[in-house]
Ligand binder design. Structure first.
Ligand code: HEM
Ligand SMILES: *[C@@H]1O[C@H](CO)[C@@H](O)[C@H](O)[C@H]1NC(C)=O
Ligand SMILES: *[C@@H]1O[C@H](CO)[C@@H](O)[C@H](O)[C@H]1NC(C)=O
Length: 375
């Protein structure tokens, strides 16, 4: 009797599912047809619904005894987002950096007071392109087998480090992908943050600094990175991330809107809360983003393989088009990774897409829902 490779994998997976669920087999190397046999047999738990807003969103101590900083082990995932890195290093997220969407929403609400609809959109959009829909797990850093057997290519399931899914150019403290390492803390870039904070903020990072730094970062990438791209979704995240350090990294008891450089370095580099850190007083998202945008309004676009060759992309959503952002993201970014999903993979994607759409409803955007895989 001849056993196909697919059947072997199928048996191995079923055995693993009975013993310890995370002991995944790799499905790499199977053909599309073989995967169509195996994927539907994987143990699939429909993803749970996202939580609602916090009942009490007042400020409180979050760097507490129950959440001590423990430096990551070499096998733990850390990536481009200083907030998620910090939450993992303090145990608000799994310390190994392998997370589920609901876990992230709970953590960013509890420890940073991220507004609920904003958190949901951020998390489901990121998860749909960088996470594993079947196992409901995502790496906050690099691609790893710890998120389970991968759905078939062109899906990447490669974690937050993946360039141009959510990660993009002009980060404050991470280099552009073109220059190599787009996810680890970069001292040269942090020195730019410090320099511009000295110039415009008396040594602190505030909204005036945020606007000047964003302008500097755009011009820097424009003139040095031939692959510089600033289309949606990066257009949105770039401007939002400019104000995140003010909105989330300043202690909730301090209403000044001025972020100390040592505290900034703590989050961006050391992935730790300052001692006695209290979260923001009240749920908040990207307040202040308009000030940063109006200082240096940039149209979506990209360099054309040469430095200083920026060409506007009229098909990209602009900052005032949240529904185009949503529908383009679903129909381009997600659909390109999952052109024709079947079985539980399609089911898992559809549930997560529903959660993504509901986040736009909760945000009051009145978008028309799109169904890339039918209803
Ligand atoms: C309290 C909530 C959050 C805060 C304060 C925050 C803050 C930031 C900041 C400041 C950056 C820019 C780093 C830099 O430019 O050097 C960043 C990057 C990033 N964050 Fe977060 N973040 C939060 C939540 C999230 C969530 C929920 C996700 C997704 C699940 C996420 C995914 C990312 C990604 C992919 C990047 C890389 C973007 C890039 O710079 O290329 N973040 N985050
Ligand atoms: C830091 O970023 C700059 C570009 O902004 C890059 O030239 C340099 O190589 C980066 N350093 C490291 C260690 O990646
Ligand atoms: C930022 O700091 C500078 C220097 O103290 C100050 O002039 C400016 O008004 C501040 N901007 C904001 C928005 O706090």
């Amino acid at each position: 009797m001849i056993f196909s490779r697919a059947l072997f994998s199928l048996l191995a997976l079923q055995i693993c599912a009975v013993n310890a669920f995370p002991a995944y087999q790799s499905l790499a190397g199977l053909t599309r047809e073989e995967l169509d046999v195996v994927i539907p047999t994987l143990k699939f738990v429909p993803p749970p619904s996202p939580p609602g807003p916090l009942a009490d969103d007042s400020t409180k101590l979050v760097n507490d005894a129950a959440h001590p900083f423990i430096a990551p082990r070499s096998s733990d995932q850390r990536g481009p987002c200083p907030a998620l890195n910090t939450l993992a290093s303090h145990g608000y997220l799994s310390r190994n950096g392998i997370v589920s969407p609901v876990e992230v929403i709970n953590a960013v609400q509890e420890a940073f007071n991220l507004e609920n609809s904003f958190a949901r959109f951020l998390v489901y959009s990121t998860f749909l392109v960088n996470g594993n829909p079947i196992t409901n797990l995502m790496s906050i850093g690099a691609k790893t087998s710890d998120t389970g057997p991968n759905p078939p290519p062109p899906a990447t399931v490669a974690g937050l480090n993946t360039h141009n899914n959510c990660e993009g150019d002009t980060s404050m403290t991470r280099a552009d992908f073109f220059f190599g390492n787009n996810h680890d803390f970069n001292e040269t870039r942090f020195q730019n943050v410090a320099k511009i904070s000295n110039q415009f903020g008396a040594g602190k990072y505030n909204l005036t600094v945020a606007a000047k730094l964003r302008e500097f970062l755009f011009k820097d990438s424009l003139m040095n990175n031939p692959t510089f791209s600033m289309v949606s979704p990066r257009l949105f995240t770039a401007f939002a991330e400019s104000v995140f350090p003010i909105n989330f990294f300043v202690d909730g008891r301090d209403k000044s809107g001025q972020l100390d450089m040592d505290v900034a370095r703590g989050f961006f580099q050391k992935m730790t809360f300052p001692p006695d850190f209290h979260r923001h007083d009240g749920a908040i998202s990207s307040e202040g983003m308009d000030v940063v945008f109006n200082n240096f309004p940039i149209v979506p676009g990209a360099n054309q393989g040469r430095v200083n060759s920026y060409k506007p992309d009229p098909t990209s959503a602009t900052l005032s088009e949240p529904c185009t952002r949503y529908s383009n993201f679903v129909e381009r970014n997600i659909k390109s990774l999952y052109p024709n999903p079947t079985g539980v993979l399609r089911e898992a994607l559809s549930i997560n897409l529903q959660f993504l759409f509901e986040a736009t409803v909760a945000a009051g955007d009145a978008c028309t829902q799109v169904f890339p895989f039918g209803r």
